[in-house]
Design a protein. Structure first.
Length: 142
């Protein structure tokens, strides 16, 4: 099945179980729908891949201009459901995202990945990606 963009509340909600594996702070399908719809107003898109009518891979991304890299497709979220990993679904999504970036005229493709996600890092290295910088965070909420 081809990769689709989740644009309706129902299609966004279908991505919840897989996306929650990466973002456990998501409380419910309704929480995901509200957050994605708010982010969509900022250019965010949510893509998903189905296998046998079940969502197996989800990617949240946006295209933006950055001083450091020009027009860039930035991946906020990329996850394949645990039981579907190592079956080519992540590669299918990554290839689609890169092709989408090229179609949009992007000069760069980038993503951040949590330091604890070693299996994901091995996948990104196999796909030719390299670490270009560190991402620093300072939580501001008490």
């Amino acid at each position: 099945m081809p990769i689709q963009l989740a644009t309706s509340p129902a299609s966004i909600a279908r991505c919840f179980e897989v996306l929650r594996e990466l973002r456990p702070s998501l409380e419910s399908e309704a929480d995901l729908v509200a957050k994605v719809q708010q982010k969509q107003s900022e250019g965010f898109q949510l893509a998903f891949l189905e296998h046998e009518e079940e969502v197996v891979t989800v990617a949240g991304f946006r295209v933006m201009h950055m001083l450091v890299s020009g027009l860039t497709l930035y991946v906020d979220d990329l996850v394949t459901g645990e039981q579907f990993r190592s079956q080519g679904h992540g590669k299918t999504m990554l290839d689609w995202l890169i092709a989408h970036a090229r179609e949009r005229g992007c000069q760069h493709f980038s993503l951040d990945s949590g330091t604890h996600r070693q299996s994901a890092h091995a996948f990104y290295f196999r796909e030719g990606m390299r670490i270009s910088s560190f991402h620093f965070v300072l939580p501001l909420k008490p």
